[in-house]
Design a protein around this ligand. Sequence first.
Ligand SMILES: [Zn+2]
Length: 238
Amino acid sequence: MDRMRGRNAGFRFAFFRKGARRIREGLEQIVFPEGAVCLGCGKISDGHTLCPVCRAELANGELLESWNQEDIAGVPAWSIRPHRGLARKLVLTLKHGTERRAGEELTGMLRSRPDYFPSFPPDTVVTWVPMPKRRRRERCIDHGKLLAEGVADELGLKCQALLLRTGGGRPQARLNMAGRERNLKNAFAPAEKITFPVLLVDDVLTTGTTARRCIGALRAAGAKEITFLAMTRAVGDR
Ligand SMILES: [Zn+2]
């Protein structure tokens, strides 16, 4: 009898919580209808995620340092924009908030990719750097997965989880180079044997430690053709 009552209370609580969330989301839609407030400057927008000024800034700003390619562990590592200004703001909004639209704006930049950006064989699989489990629970969205899905959409490729997170739970941003290397030792393992080209996506390229570890795990699983793509690259931070 007691157990029944407990189960009912649990059910009712879940029902109430769901209802409360719907009401809150409904109110947010009235106060901040999607797209009415610019994600970049916070001013009233014309119904898009970014207002015309911010949209132009993202499309045309920092072009000299955009679409940068470098080498990380023998892999071409691309970054779309330097980690500054609006691109940086969108990365942080996506990483620390719950704004999916920030991710769409970032991956949408692929629509204006230059001629020298590589095209990928049709069997290429887009994948992402998996977050530690605890952090994935704390944050409502898996931003790496979201970006990988957006990139796959833009390039017409398949998106799939190829890496597992097996350690390295401390946030990399708070560690120095040696600490980063230690923290990420054995942090990633492949999810399956890889016989196809891989495009590994991450939000921001900083020291490249994370990318190197992931590339190592993908190679251990058999991957031969790997490309890395970050939305932004922290220029002064290396
Ligand atoms: Zn704006």
